[in-house]
Design a protein around this ligand. Structure first.
Ligand code: ZN
Length: 69
């Protein structure tokens, strides 16, 4: 339930794999080794939108079932 979606993104410059735990609208993830931007601004927004939509799904309550009263 509390699993945080994370992504592994290889650096386009030095090929180091970076683990991104969370994306932010105003922060573009940088390579931990060389500082290159791992995604473009529009890709970053897509990732933020995607993780937000996952949160929405996990926030949906379980349905009520009709039980015997
Ligand atoms: Zn790099």
């Amino acid at each position: 339930m509390s699993q945080i979606p994370s992504s592994i993104i290889p650096c386009p410059t030095c090929k180091v794999k970076n683990r991104i735990k969370q994306f932010h609208f105003d922060k573009i993830p940088l390579c931990a080794k060389c500082g290159t931007r791992l995604v473009s601004e529009s890709e970053n927004k897509t990732q933020v939108w995607f993780s937000e939509s996952l949160k929405d799904i996990s926030g949906i309550p379980d349905p009520d079932f009709l039980g015997e009263s």
